[in-house]
Ligand binder design. Structure first.
Ligand code: S3P
Length: 173
């Protein structure tokens, strides 16, 4: 089975994915890391030198490749992955794939992202937490229609990582 973790930047897809993989004895793959390895370049560098459209094309290509794998994998995808091309449709229709939306509030995301924006080209320019909240609010308005198609939704605000992993496992099995 492949469990795909989706959600906005900084919703915890990678850190929770690693914990969940350990607990379930699954492999863990982060789509951004996978792209960086294949492209031999960081996500920021790809955005800068080849542009976002190229990044989205590669993101969709590697997602398709990974969804064909029939081993047990926790796959954390980028915040934009479900919202481009027909990626969400592919995730929902792939065999033996379950999608989980890690749902975080705007304020949780903004306070995390203001400290972790450097490696994220879409938000690296935002200076204050207030401006970050405003940006995320508008961005989520466009993205929630995609995220909310996930089969399972788990709220991550004000919970420890261990509690979130427990919640995910309860929903899954
Ligand atoms: C993006 C999220 C990033 C990365 C890229 C674009 C987005 O992944 O794919 O910077 O469009 O939200 P994370 O969600 O892991 O930060």
């Amino acid at each position: 089975m492949i469990i795909v973790l989706i959600g906005y930047m900084a919703s915890g897809k990678t850190s929770l994915g690693k914990k969940l993989a350990e607990k379930l004895n699954y492999d863990f793959i982060d789509l951004d890391d996978f792209i960086e390895e294949k492209e031999k370049s960081s996500v920021s560098e790809v955005f800068k030198t080849k542009g976002e459209i190229y990044f989205r094309k590669q993101e969709s290509f590697y997602l398709k490749e990974l969804l064909k794998d029939n081993s047990n994998i926790i796959l954390s995808v980028g915040g934009g992955t479900p919202c481009y091309s027909n990626n969400m449709e592919l995730i929902l229709n792939a065999d033996d794939v379950t999608s989980i939306y890690l749902k975080a509030s705007i304020s949780t995301l903004a306070s995390k992202l203001i400290k972790k924006k450097a490696k994220r080209p879409l938000i690296a320019h935002i200076e204050t937490e207030e401006a970050m909240e405003e940006f995320i609010g508008k961005h989520l308005f466009e993205r929630i229609p995609f995220y909310s198609q996930a089969e399972i939704k788990v709220i991550v605000d004000n919970k420890t990582k261990d509690d979130i992993v427990e919640d995910i496992i309860l929903e899954l099995f």
